[in-house]
Design a protein around this ligand. Structure first.
Ligand code: HAS
Ligand code: CU
Length: 845
């Protein structure tokens, strides 16, 4: 990585500081790169890997266009086509769109917020490796000819083992869940980092608009992914073990899959849109030479959008047979979503209209975005109208809609952003002879391909067919769409050549080529591994900063933390809303553990895929062990009290404060976990209310005594965790309490396992038994994880990481066990009342 030496004369304070900080923050050479945890390194890896998947997904899309270019084409058979179109969608949405936005978040957010890194560098690295391995498993299946073939939405019953007996669907369920879990960990990290790790003085209302966009997106991810993860687990349980959650013959319901999938799938489209809108809201003011119009309105709009987007998933299910009142509700809700989107569009247009826009390459792509996205948005509003949707559903009209929005919302802003931020990454600007023709090829090709699909759709061409006879009047439209696809591909090819040319031949820039106003430019170009040699104090809105001048003073160490101490990777933690400095966050160093843990996780997934369940259990335990081990040297092994951080301010290290990043991380993890649990409750009650073949023939009779014992044990464990925290705070040894909590958890776990063994009707016979055992399994799993918390507490007590001042570990355990007791009570109560609930039903065929 280049260094900021050019920013300062030899021997200057800036150079001295740089020489002190680099050894602390740098990633080692050679194989040490595998241990990298730095956000700049991992962010670039995320983005580069996502681009590779973009290319793969794009080629698959082109293959479908070859097949559909002519009627009765013999280019591929139906099975191959099914695999290819499924993988096209799955790769682009799960392996390109989401990881790309994570990469951007990881790379840019800390720099824009004035932090030196994200809160949990090793977790970032683990997330990356999981993504890479999950992606490899998915693409590998394509080469092996066993790729998923039921569409990116994996509708049951098509994806159940009756209709998809091979491992194709399992690859999707396990591979995508693997990638999603990594995305979920990253989203928690993004939320915590944005809330706690900003430059001092940056209150929430001074945050650059991109910070708001990422915060809202990450919060949406925290609650959107769990329903899909749950659905995938349930479907995999049905496929592998015969638990009939989606099988209507045994009390399941295929529609439950659609509800859970779109509960994720609809918010997901805005999860893709919002970060891109964040990039636009950052670039447009700079390119238009004026501050963003409507900062507050945009913040309100995106928060509103986030809420509304969770209430309208049913617009993907208008044709499945929904009561009329519900149709009206979801239709109106969907149309309303246009309002917060329009607020942003008009804010951007107003900013452009009131500024003096520069017509350069990023701006061309901004224009491309506005054009395509508005068309796609309008067809979205058309589809929100139920009678229209009944005609257009499952036709190419929908394909046209979502390519306009996803292409418009993703490809164009992304390329704008790439041209805009690449100088920061590489220190060079673009070679423009190629950029402009490349844009026009992409733009024309895109519109030719997808605009015509509206017409093909209105002429009745269904989605997901591998060929057509040719007498329906679709021939020319399809051929021209395919031609457009090739033009677009050539355009993307030119973009790639253009970017490679920039890396090699681009004009060198020293800093801030755009006269930008955000903090990521207030550093040397390309950024040093520590990002900021010292951390700025923010006095106004942080997207109105004179980054050029600030950069020099920060490089000289005139901000906070402009020194090295104890070889620590230090950054500042602030009060969540006011931005007042509050803690010194000491980050973890490079390590091979993230890679090893991700490898073990991948092994678990593969063992499950090939149905080696004992091996799965063994490597699963290994993963748990590695995670506990990874936590062993986190934090600091002694008390420090307040430490000076510059400008006369002293704050304690994060190990000694209440609001430390791990604490918040656990809270948001539990929010995600709670969403998963709520989805499970929803699923159980949904099946009870509307699945066919209820009630089951055999009436369940859960063992009341065992249920009560299990609950009592959970309550004792939670109380003991409180005892351990109280002893810790009073300076007494908490080991006794920890042992008590462990014994109680083992008892709860055993009771839950015995209960699962005795579930009536047997879990494979009826969905009632299956849901009851899923609820009990949830309790057992959480008790088991609680044991890991306790084990870690004991080990870290022995190693001196816990003291009267440093009680974080014990607080985390208490929170986990409280959560376990609370959800356990709900789950066990539901298991108890399920028989009564089933008994009040009239027999449903
Ligand atoms: Fe969508 C299906 C409705 C935005 C992505 N969408 C999809 C699928 C994807 C997707 C991937 O109601 C297919 C999934 C599959 O495989 O089946 N969508 C909307 C609406 C909006 C919308 C109302 N979608 C997006 C975005 C996406 C995305 C953003 C990705 C990034 N979408 C639907 C519906 C379906 C659907 C149905 C299901 C179809 C089916 O049958 O399967 C809105 O967020 C769009 C708001 C934006 C605008 C443009 C700018 C606003 C202006 C203000 C003035 C406009 C007004 C409206 C007041 C509206 C300029 C006037 C209305 C007129 C018609 C003139
Ligand atoms: Cu939707």
């Amino acid at each position: 990585m280049n260094t900021p030496i050019e920013a300062a004369p030899q021997g200057s304070p800036a150079l001295r500081l740089h020489r002190q900080l680099v050894p602390i923050w740098a990633t080692g050479p050679g194989l040490h790169r595998l241990a990298a945890v730095n956000h700049s390194v991992i962010g670039v890896r995320f983005m580069a890997t996502a681009f590779v998947f973009f290319a793969i997904g794009g080629v698959l899309g082109m293959l479908t266009r070859v097949q559909l270019a002519t009627p009765d084409a013999a280019f591929m058979d139906s099975e191959t086509y099914n695999q290819i179109f499924t993988m096209h969608g799955s790769i682009l949405l799960f392996l390109f769109a989401i990881p790309m936005l994570e990469g951007i978040a990881v790379y840019l957010t800390p720099k824009m917020l004035g932090a030196r890194d994200f809160a949990f560098p090793r977790l970032t690295a683990y997330g990356y490796w999981c993504y890479l391995f999950g992606g490899m498993i998915l693409t590998g299946s394509l080469i092996a000819g066993v790729a998923p073939n039921s569409g990116w939405f994996m509708y049951t019953p098509l994806s159940s083992n009756v209709y998809t007996p091979g491992i194709n669907a399992d690859v999707w369920l396990l591979g995508v869940t693997f990638v999603e879990i990594s995305a979920l960990t990253l989203s928690v990290e993004i939320v915590v980092s944005i809330l706690k790790m900003r430059a001092p003085g940056m209150s929430l209302d001074r945050m650059p608009i991109f910070g708001w966009y990422m915060l809202v997106t990450a919060l949406m991810m925290v609650v959107a992914f769990p329903p899909l993860i749950l659905a995938s687990i349930l479907l995999e349980a049905e496929r592998a073990f015969g638990l009939p959650f989606f099988d209507p013959r045994r009390g399941g319901d295929p529609l439950l899959w659609q509800h859970l999938f779109w509960l994720f799938g609809h918010p997901d489209v805005y999860i893709i849109l919002l970060p891109m809108a964040g990039l636009l809201s950052t670039m447009i003011p700079v390119l238009a030479n004026r501050t963003l119009i409507g900062y507050r309105a945009i913040v309100v709009a995106i928060i509103a959008l986030a809420f509304v987007s969770f209430g309208i998933w049913v617009h993907h299910m208008f044709t499945v047979g929904i009561p009329h009142l519900a149709l009206a509700f979801f239709s109106a809700g969907t149309a309303i979503v246009a309002v917060p989107t329009a607020v942003q569009i008009f804010a951007w247009l107003a900013t452009l209209a009131h500024g003096r826009p520069r017509w350069n390459v990023p701006m061309l792509y901004v224009f491309g975005f506005l054009f395509t996205f508005v068309i796609g948005g309008l067809t979205g509003v058309m589809l929100s109208i139920v009678p229209f949707d009944w005609q257009a559903h499952d036709t190419y009209f929908v394909v046209a809609h979502f390519h306009y929005v996803v292409g418009g919302a993703l490809a164009f802003p992304l390329l704008a952003g790439l041209y805009y931020w690449l100088p920061l990454l590489t220190g060079r600007t673009a070679v423009h002879q190629l950029s402009v023709p490349a844009f026009w090829l992409v733009f024309i090709g895109f519109n030719l391909t997808f605009f015509l699909m509206h017409l093909t759709g209105l002429l009745g061409m269904p989605r997901r067919i591998y060929t057509y006879p040719g007498h329906e009047g679709w021939i020319w439209l399809n051929l021209l769409s395919s031609v457009g696809g090739f033009i677009m591909t050539i355009g993307f090819g030119l973009v790639v050549i253009d970017l490679l040319a920039q890396l090699r031949y681009g004009r060198r820039v020293r800093r801030d080529p755009w006269r930008a106003t955000t903090l990521e430019w207030a550093m040397p170009i390309p950024p040093a591994p520590y990002a900021f040699a010292s951390i700025p104090h923010v006095k106004a809105r942080a997207d109105c900063v004179a980054s050029g001048e600030l950069a020099l003073s920060l490089a000289r160490g005139e901000g906070y933390l402009g020194f090295a101490r104890n070889g620590w990777q230090e950054t500042l933690g602030v009060h969540m809303t006011s931005g007042a400095p509050e803690q010194l966050i000491v980050l973890s160093r490079p390590s091979y553990l993230p890679l090893c843990t991700a490898l073990a996780t991948a092994a678990t997934v593969l063992a499950m895929l090939f149905q080696f369940y004992l091996l799965t259990l063994a490597v699963g335990l290994l993963v748990a062990g590695l995670l506990v081990f990874a936590g062993q040297n986190a934090g600091l092994a002694r008390d420090y009290g307040p430490l000076p951080v510059g400008h006369g301010v002293s704050v304690p290290p994060h190990t000694e404060v209440a609001d430390a990043p791990p604490w918040l991380a656990l809270i948001f993890t539990l929010v995600a976990d709670g969403t998963l649990f709520t989805s499970l409750l929803f699923g159980t009650l949904y099946l009870w209310i509307s699945a066919p073949n209820w009630p089951p023939a055999a009436a369940p009779e859960p063992n009341l005594l065992l249920v009560l014992a299990s609950f009592a044990a959970l309550a004792i464990a939670a109380a003991a965790a409180r005892g351990s925290l109280r002893s810790g705070a009073a300076g007494r040894a908490p080991q006794g309490w920890i042992a008590l909590a462990a014994i109680a958890l083992v008892a709860a776990l055993a009771a839950a396992v015995v209960l699962i063994g005795g579930v009536i009707p047997p879990p494979r016979a009826h969905a009632l038994g299956a849901t009851a055992s899923a609820l009990l399994g949830y309790v057992a799993l959480h008790a088991g994880i609680g044991l890991l918390f306790l084990l870690s507490n004991l080990m870290r007590l022995a190693a001196g990481f816990i003291s009267r001042q440093r009680l974080l570990d014990l607080r985390l355990t208490r929170l986990w066990l409280d959560y376990t007791a609370l959800t356990g009570a709900v789950a066990l109560a539901l298991v108890l009342v399920l028989p009564t609930l089933a008994a009040i039903l009239e027999t449903r065929p």
